[in-house]
Design a protein around this ligand. Structure first.
Ligand SMILES: [Zn+2]
Length: 569
């Protein structure tokens, strides 16, 4: 077989520039002229963002698809020539498209018999050059797009997957690149290369990894949370004792109580006290899951169960196998998922979404809710049979207002934790602050206390104490709660507001005048600095400037300020 290229006039004729139409054509396919610099930047971005292996796969696939397109021209352009000359359309188009200069070394193939062996040398590969420019001398060949092209072209020509590999590459310091192509099965490491031709979603893999990480985190996170179940009040001790008694059994536990009372912590403590403590603890907040994903999250998804389910996803039940699964906010579980959950509880088996077989799981279930499930049953939002299954051993966790004696030790414990977290040294609570904590009625329970203490730790001075103002920052000027004459925390704001309003009404001033007075007051308190005054008033500087300029109140003159002559609105 002759390895000389036939004249390439026929291929050049395919290439048409239509600058007036803004188009370039190769036969009937639209092309585009690109800067190798831009491609180099794309390569680099890919390598940085998804790593070398994925970048290589993406670029190989791009080249592969270009090669497949060009293979269509092989027979079309040279119907009367030898098969060898037909094949050489590929390497010749490759040169015409500016990829590299090709020298055929050996080419033997038999389409019917599926045999192929090709060896070519490439000079001036743009890709080797570009890679070397960015990364210097490489240890591995780098002409990914070009190899993809050679594989794509030859595979389409031969009707079977032909894998080209570089035996040397200019990016590694060789004088030129050299490639060899054979059917993928004939390469000893062929299978390892299939990954470069497969469509594969990195996003899916990342999502699957993310949910694994979440599950692991919820298993590992606060190993010391059990010790953080602080409390000595009667109400707390009652709940704690109930929990201790049931921990060693396998019974399903239903935790009830208001929002923020610490149901997840109780569930963790239950897990730690149980014989399953060395197995995973997995928590799921049913209210946080979109209803269409609940079943997939809980029971997993079989590969190909629906469009986009490219990989198998293990559900939370399987992740918690051998351990404990907390279903928080179970009252929000959609009815369809409730039916499936009921079956899991009855059979001890799960079925992945899109799956046909059932799998045994050994999971201790803890359910938690802040709604009255009996009411939910009456309202038709919750299955009665599921409630009976869950309600084997209910534990009601008391709200913080019913365990006032626990507030101080809880707050001290949190203070120590947040000091460590925020790298601060805070010596404790100042007396008024502590009093305020004891007086508050805690509608948000432990979570609210936690938020307040964290805020206090952040605001308190280094080596100082948390003061009342750090816990209730808008105190005592304008806000909801304050200390009354006896030093008790009280709802001062309304009386304060009422008082202020009464005085304003008694003054006989118009609303505009009051408005204007407040503006002036703020400007004067800020020493004439409009930005500062605007901050005091909770508005932007342009808004304040506009109001100062456009007010129309008799007897009130604009104060001397740093007001600009023209005011942006
Ligand atoms: Zn190369």
């Amino acid at each position: 077989m002759s390895l000389k290229f036939p004249p390439s006039d026929d291929l050049r004729r395919l290439l048409r520039f239509e600058p007036d139409n803004g188009a370039i054509w190769l036969g009937d396919r639209r092309m585009v002229l690109m800067h190798t610099k831009a491609l180099t930047a794309l390569r680099q971005d890919l390598i940085t963002s998804v790593g070398t292996e994925h970048a290589r796969r993406i670029l190989t696939r791009m080249g592969y698809s270009a090669g497949m397109c060009d293979a269509e021209y092989a027979r079309r352009t040279r119907p009367d020539m030898t098969l060898n000359e037909c094949f050489l359309v590929g390497p010749q188009l490759f040169m015409l498209e500016g990829a590299a200069h090709v020298t055929p070394i050996k080419l033997v193939f038999d389409i019917q018999a599926g045999q192929f062996y090709g060896e070519f040398s490439w000079d001036h590969s743009w890709e080797a050059y570009s890679h070397q420019q960015k990364y210097g001398l490489n240890t591995d060949p780098a002409c990914w797009t070009l190899l993809g092209y050679a594989s794509g072209y030859t595979s389409a020509f031969m009707g079977r997957l032909i894998l080209f590999k570089e035996t040397m590459c200019a990016a590694c310091g060789a004088e030129h690149c050299q490639i060899v192509g054979r059917p993928i099965e004939e390469w000893p490491d062929g299978d390892a290369h299939r990954v470069y031709f497969n469509d594969d979603s990195l996003m899916e893999k990342m999502e699957a990894l993310q949910s694994q990480v979440d599950a692991l985190k919820s298993t590992l996170e606060p190993a010391n949370q059990c010790s953080q179940l602080i409390g000595n009040s009667t109400a707390f001790r009652k709940a704690y004792t109930l929990m201790q008694k049931v921990a060693q059994t396998q019974a399903t536990v239903l935790l009830t109580g208001d929002t923020g009372v610490g149901k997840e912590r109780f569930a963790r403590a239950l897990h730690e006290l149980s014989s399953r403590s060395d197995r995973p603890f997995v928590a799921v907040n049913c209210a946080a899951l979109p209803s269409e994903l609940v079943e997939a999250e809980l029971f997993g998804v079989e590969k190909g169960a629906y469009t986009g389910a490219h990989t198998l996803r293990i559900g939370r039940f399987e992740r918690a196998d051998g351990g404990t699964l907390l279903l928080d906010e179970i009252g929000d579980l959609p009815l369809a998922a409730q039916a499936k959950l009921l079956r899991v509880l009855q059979e001890g088996e799960i079925e992945r979404v899109g799956g046909e077989t059932t799998r045994k799981v050994n999971v201790r279930l803890v359910a938690a809710t802040n709604v009255d499930l009996h009411q939910a049953v009456l309202a038709g939002r919750f299955r009665a049979d599921l409630l009976y299954r869950l309600n084997v051993y209910p534990i009601c966790i008391p709200p913080l207002r019913e365990r006032k004696s626990d507030i101080e030790p809880l707050a001290q414990g949190m203070l120590a934790r947040f000091c460590a977290l925020h790298n601060k040294r805070v010596l404790g609570f100042e007396e008024r602050a502590l009093k305020a904590l004891l007086q508050h009625d805690w509608p948000g329970n432990i979570r609210e206390l936690e938020n307040l203490v964290e805020r206090g730790v952040i605001l308190a001075p280094q080596s100082g104490k948390v003061e009342l103002e750090h816990l209730f920052p808008r105190q005592p000027d304008s806000v909801q709660t304050g200390l009354d004459a006896h030093g008790h925390l009280a709802k001062l704001p309304s009386t304060h507001d009422d008082d202020l309003c009464a005085r304003i009404l008694d003054s006989g001033s118009s609303l505009e005048e009051i408005d204007s007075l407040v503006l002036d007051h703020a400007v004067s308190r800020a020493g004439g600095n409009l930005s500062e005054a605007a901050r005091l008033l909770g508005m932007t500087r342009p808004q304040l400037a506009y109001r100062l300029k456009h007010r129309n109140v008799h007897g009130v003159s604009a104060p001397a300020t740093d007001l600009p002559p023209s005011i942006p609105i």
